[in-house]
Design a binder for this molecule. Structure first.
Ligand code: COS
Length: 409
């Protein structure tokens, strides 16, 4: 731990409570996730048994406030669990952490009473229960404001119609967090968010067939005249877009954490292989062509971890984290993809075989660059933020025109 002259403390260590949770999650991954990840992904289905065990081990719903029956833990602690489970299998980590995404809009915008009514029963029973975040539609992915799902007030109810897609844990969910337009003419300002219990006329549509992360399930969710009581509205009408953006500012750190786990796993598998694989009379790790690649992979994983934890720390301290969450998400997802690709290459022919872990890492990593906002969207968010900050920045460099400071264009 160090302190600079202003008294600010730079502390990279985890507290005892954080370290214990991290160790517990790593042990869980080692015992329950890694050994079953390959076998279960062949089923291309939701890994119910493992997720139930994760629930019983207290690795789910960490962010739900204590008033609503949850442990009320920090975003940093959530990222520790996601990194550890992501190291074992990104798909299972996604299944386990999906409630973070589904319930964060409610933690942000719902009243304690609403949380107690709709969330507490889902997180305090014997069986793991799930929420599903229903934002994306076939024609509204990156462009959230283009959502076509409609919610119309009818007396004491809202009637919801629309089709969502790519909804993680859709078929498993008991509660859907649905973004719908209450005033389409207002575009993003007309979006609202609703809690829709499964019993309220929802149907599961097409189950997406994916390249990787086969231990998680995404589906269409169809709302046909789904009637919900008016207390299912979260926040006020028109607050949906901002609630979605604030949610993603937080949850993208969670994806960055899974990506960090994948990036680190690729380092560890590549290094282990390079130590035991002999060619030309020595372990291949002794060739600089391999060890330099492993060094780059290690740096990428470490940088991903720091960016992720910093983005979470900002949120936990009530500081804006949109830019840093975007940094963490795109950097860590790109690191995971690059490291997985390098791991395959270092293992050569073995890297391409499904009996070895590298090809799964590569398939799983690709989705990290796409879901919860593509890496291009993250760069958009971060780029806009940097340009905004630069307007009032004095770098000490002033271009002069006719002896005067040139104006910023
Ligand atoms: N927090 C709070 N408010 C925010 C915000 C944030 N992080 N980001 C934007 N806003 C506000 C803006 O300030 C603006 O407010 P006003 O209407 O008061 O001016 C409003 O929201 C609209 O912002 P903007 O004009 O930037 O919206 P765009 O329609 O251009 O969309 C992006 C912005 C592209 C960043 C957004 O649509 C996005 O994140 N898309 C990706 C969605 C995604 O991640 N999908 C995956 C779903 S999870 S599987």
């Amino acid at each position: 731990m160090t302190a600079d002259q202003s008294g600010l403390v730079m502390d990279f260590s985890l507290s005892e409570k954080e370290q214990k949770l991290y160790d517990r999650a790593k042990q869980f991954a080692l015992e329950h996730i890694t050994p079953r990840a390959h076998e279960l992904e062949k089923r291309n289905d939701f890994p119910k048994e493992v997720v139930q065990k994760a629930y019983e081990a207290g690795l789910m719903n960490l962010h739900i406030p204590q008033e609503a029956g949850g442990p009320g833990l920090s975003l940093l602690m959530e990222t520790l669990v996601s990194e550890a489970t992501g190291y074992g299998c990104a798909g299972m980590a996604t299944s386990i952490m999906c409630n973070n995404l589904a319930f964060t809009p409610l933690v942000i915008g719902a009243t304690t009473e609403q949380l107690k009514t709709y969330i507490e029963p889902l997180i305090t029973g014997k069986e793991a229960k799930f929420g599903s975040f229903c934002l994306t539609e076939r024609k509204a992915g990156s462009d959230v404001a283009a959502i076509a799902t409609r919610a119309v007030r009818d007396g004491d109810e809202y009637v919801i119609n629309g089709v969502k897609c790519f909804a993680t844990n859709g078929p498993q969910a008991s509660l859907f967090t649905v973004f719908a337009s209450t005033q389409p003419e207002l575009k993003h300002k007309g979006l609202s968010v609703f809690m829709v219990p499964k019993s309220r006329a929802t149907k599961i549509g097409h189950i997406e067939n994916k390249m990787g992360q086969l231990n998680s399930v995404q589906s269409e969710v169809i709302f046909e005249d789904a009637r919900v009581p008016k207390d299912c509205l979260v926040g006020k009408e028109g607050e949906g877009f901002k609630i979605a953006m604030k949610t993603l500012d937080n949850t993208r750190a969670g994806i960055a954490a899974i990506a960090t786990g994948v990036a680190q796993r690729a380092v560890d598998e590549a290094a282990r292989f390079a130590n035991v694989r002999h060619q030309f009379g020595q372990a291949i790790g002794r060739f600089q062509g391999i060890s330099f690649t492993i060094a780059d992979m290690g740096a990428r994983a470490a940088a991903s971890r720091h960016l992720t934890r910093y983005a979470a720390w900002l949120a936990d301290n009530g500081l804006p984290n949109g830019k840093d969450s975007a940094f963490a998400k795109f950097f860590a997802a790109d690191a995971a993809m690059q490291n997985a690709t390098d791991c395959v290459q270092i293992m050569g022919g073995y890297g391409y075989l499904s009996e070895y872990p590298a090809e799964k890492l590569m398939r799983d990593a690709k989705l990290l660059q796409i879901y919860e906002g593509t890496n291009q969207i993250q760069r958009l968010v971060a780029g806009v933020a940097i340009l905004k900050e630069s307007v009032n920045l004095d770098t000490g460099f002033h271009v002069k025109y006719d002896g005067k400071d040139a104006p910023m264009l």
